[in-house]
Design a protein around this ligand. Structure first.
Ligand code: B12
Ligand code: SF4
Length: 455
């Protein structure tokens, strides 16, 4: 069979991806979801991967089966794509985060849906598609064993379009249960790990030094992480990953991570209100310990990109200004801002049901306010989010940040990465015309620029 695997993108990401400059490449790393499916596909089939961020979907392609992956914000686009192929009589199977968590909805938009991980069920999907009887829900009877996973065929991607195609996944899921997070909803049994030897063997085959671990919390199991880091040391790779800031409370562990090649982490700090963190089951983030944890990471040459969320019930219009001051004081290297978004399948979504403003999934992209906030209006929340992002990525602030970064241990080695991150986010501010205003300062007489359509 000729199999077309598609990763859709929303309108603004499609427009951004086609620009020569500030085209979002910094934030584009290899599509492990589709590469994993390609790896599971026997060689007698022909697989082509389309990433809509960088190329148009070939709606007239000759294909015997189309597979579309999607997260929530991309569901409407995935359904559009599915409808176009189904209109030509080509069967479509949907999979990934959103179809797994909103299965009934997805089943109404495709011939079949795979719920959960693809290993252990893809062969059945292919057999049914080849026999012309692809239909309904497919789910592997047990969670796949992460030992013996096949290597992703990264050559199917055009490496020039990505920050890196050296993405690797060592673990799936997370041991924590933050109630706004899709990871726990998708992986309810917590975290599973691949054998260290297999991960290290895969990393060793990757060209160049830079590697990106897409794990949700690479240090979720400390003993496993230590074993992995020790095995990575001799490879002399340089890598970044996601994990909680709590690793910064253990200097010995941070030192090992640095020796293993870690020079950056993305960490969901989320808020500077302990009460807000408690309200979403993220009490393990200790606000009073942020400073020491970040200082420890910096001392070992590990940069920190923080995830910050606005729109907690405890947030009022002053939150944007106080957060800006706090992240600057802590010397955080980059910030990814989001607006609190109740994503389907999460406990937060259930709790927020009556407060949801609509269920237009295309706006559930973490940059729009889709619920009624408690401490400010939806307009103030969106404006403050945009204002914070624009202020944090002001060129003078970026320049100061980079100068400060270079002075830190291993700063020269990692400054290119921090610069690329900051330039990438600055590009978003300009390309997406993020302006906003500070709700704590804006009074009736202040000119407020309206938000442009975001999807
Ligand atoms: C890499 C990544 C990206 C990359 C690439 C995305 C991509 N298309 O692959 C980039 C940087 C582009 C990205 C962007 C965004 N992302 Co993202 N991303 C991830 C991340 C960290 C890893 C994905 C991955 O490679 N996983 C490894 C693979 C092997 O696992 P998997 O995707 O679950 O796939 C398995 C199964 O789901 C299944 N499967 C998956 N797809 C399909 C398709 C078919 C047909 C079948 C049969 C099976 C199947 O089989 C796979 C193997 O078992 C995930 C977190 C995560 N753990 O998944 C977040 C995640 C998917 N992203 C998320 C979000 C919110 C976003 C953004 C909206 C962020 C933002 N505010 O801008 C944007 C949206 C971009 C857009 N509008 O176009 C959320 C989605 C939540 C949700 N419910 O929707 C996640 C879960 C992060 C989180 N912690 O909440 N992201
Ligand atoms: S620690 Fe991060 S990945 Fe884990 S449940 Fe919380 S938000 Fe999700």
């Amino acid at each position: 069979m000729r199999i077309l695997l598609i990763a859709p993108a929303t309108g603004k990401w499609r427009r951004t991806g086609r620009r020569a400059l500030f085209n979002g490449r910094t934030f584009r790393f290899s599509l492990l979801s589709l590469l994993t499916i390609a790896a599971e596909t026997p060689p007698e089939h022909e697989v082509r991967i389309i990433d809509e961020q960088v190329e148009d979907v070939p709606f007239d392609a000759d294909a015997d089966l189309v597979g579309v992956t999607c997260m929530t914000a991309l569901a409407p686009r995935a359904y559009e794509i599915a409808a176009r192929f189904r209109a030509r009589g080509i069967p479509v199977v949907l999979g990934g985060m959103h179809p797994s968590l909103c299965t009934d909805e997805a089943l109404g938009r495709a011939d079949a849906v795979v719920r959960g991980e693809v290993e252990g069920i893809w062969a059945q999907v292919l057999e049914d598609a080849a026999a012309g009887r692809l239909s309904g829900l497919y789910q592997a009877p047990t969670l796949p064993d992460l030992a013996g996973l096949k290597r992703p065929p990264r050559h199917l991607l055009n490496s020039r379009e990505y920050a890196t195609i050296n993405s690797v996944q060592a673990t799936r899921g997370c041991p924590h249960t933050c109630d706004f997070c899709s990871i726990r909803a998708f992986h309810p049994s917590g975290q599973r790990q691949r054998p260290v030897g297999e991960v290290v063997a895969e990393v060793a085959t990757l060209p160049g030094r830079f590697v990106l671990f897409v794990d949700d919390h690479l240090a979720g199991n400390r003993a496993y992480a230590e074993e992995l880091f020790k095995a990575l040391v001799p490879l002399r790779k340089l890598w970044v990953t996601q994990c909680t800031l709590s690793i910064g409370h253990d200097e010995r562990f941070v030192e090992l991570a640095a020796r293993a090649g870690c020079f950056g982490i993305f960490s969901g700090i989320e808020s500077f209100s302990q009460e807000a963190l408690g309200g979403v089951h993220k009490r393990f983030n200790r606000v009073e310990r942020y400073r020491d944890a970040i200082a420890c990471l910096h001392a070992h040459g590990i940069g920190v990109e923080a995830g910050i969320v606005f729109g907690f019930d405890q947030d009022d219009p002053s939150v944007f200004e106080t957060t800006l001051k706090a992240v600057e004081e802590l010397g955080i290297d980059a910030v990814q801002t989001s607006i609190m978004t109740p994503l389907p399948g999460t406990p937060l979504f259930e709790r927020m049901g009556p407060r949801l403003r609509h269920r237009d999934w295309s706006l559930y992209d973490l940059h729009n306010c889709v619920f009624e906030p408690a401490g400010m209006t939806a307009e103030q929340l969106e404006a403050g989010h945009d204002w914070f992002t624009r202020e944090f990525y002001r060129p003078d602030r970026i320049a100061r940040r980079l100068a400060r970064h270079m002075m830190r241990p291993r700063g020269i080695e990692s400054v290119r990465y921090v610069a690329a991150l900051n330039a990438g986010y600055y590009g978003r501010v300009t390309q997406w015309n993020l302006r906003g205003w500070n709700p704590a300062r804006a009074s009736a007489g202040v000119l407020r620029s309206p938000r442009l359509a975001r999807a």
